[in-house]
Design a binder for this molecule. Sequence first.
Ligand SMILES: C[S@@+](CC[C@H](N)C(=O)[O-])C[C@H]1O[C@@H](n2cnc3c(N)ncnc32)[C@H](O)[C@@H]1O
Length: 289
Amino acid sequence: MPARLVVEPRPHAISTTPGHGHLEITGTEDEDGGMQSDFDRLAALSQDELWDDRAADSYDTPGEGMDAPEVVGPVVDRLAALANGGPALEFAVGTGRIAIPLTARGVPVTGIEYSQSMIRRLREKATAERLPVTRGDMSTTRVDGDFSLVYLVFNTIGNLLTQDAQVECFRNAAAHLRPGGCFVIELWVPDLRRMPPGVPAAVETVEDGYILVDTMDTLRQHLISYHFRFGNGHEAHLGRTPHRYIWPSELDLMGRLAGFELESRSADWLAGPFTHESTSHVSVYRLAG
Ligand SMILES: C[S@@+](CC[C@H](N)C(=O)[O-])C[C@H]1O[C@@H](n2cnc3c(N)ncnc32)[C@H](O)[C@@H]1O
């Protein structure tokens, strides 16, 4: 899951224990005596705290990984085609990984982004004249413009941690689109087959000096990615990111609540067929013309 691999927002300690067929997260007592799960504590952080200077400064990987031309190129090609000559709005534009090359393709792009640190990084690469960005929440913030395309890539709808906020995000996309416009979402498929009954966590990645473990709460559709980085010594750095995962069918229903119909779903940006083995999808939702 690309977006979950790159970010180490904050160091923290964790405590999880296996439940019986479902996730059970051991809570810790707060100063006021209340019990909070790890997810609740992470959910209480703002996107500014999760996507802070440290995360923003290490986000870009020029020329490789998620910034490699073979990764970015097909995204930009597809989005430019879907914009169909009109302007585009990117929700959660980040440091401009996609928006900047899309403007270079001649598509006028506006961004909405919550994290000041991510906007600061974007501004080191693109002026406000070239790429205007409004700071705000993608589920509620309105910007001026009449867009032919709104897009939200790299699994980022999962950063909204409630179903209500995710539905509002669809409604906000619809509010920015002209009739016949489309909303494009790139999202991973929940990987529950990796979770045997009674086991609350899955090891997603093991590399030299890096381990990624995901815990899933299948009741609330919550997931936390725990990124451990370590060297030769005894110390490790832990970064954590909270998500609410969404099934493709639930995503389609969110689209319908906002007036969209699913136009196409592919496994990737090159329009590969989406099957029951697909781990990710690119979904195009369209408003009536
Ligand atoms: C994985 S990055 C994706 C950035 C960019 N779209 C890309 O593809 O590289 C997620 C971004 O979403 C932003 N974000 C998370 N929740 C948000 C929200 N509710 N409203 C606006 N931005 C949000 C974060 O600050 C971060 O910049």
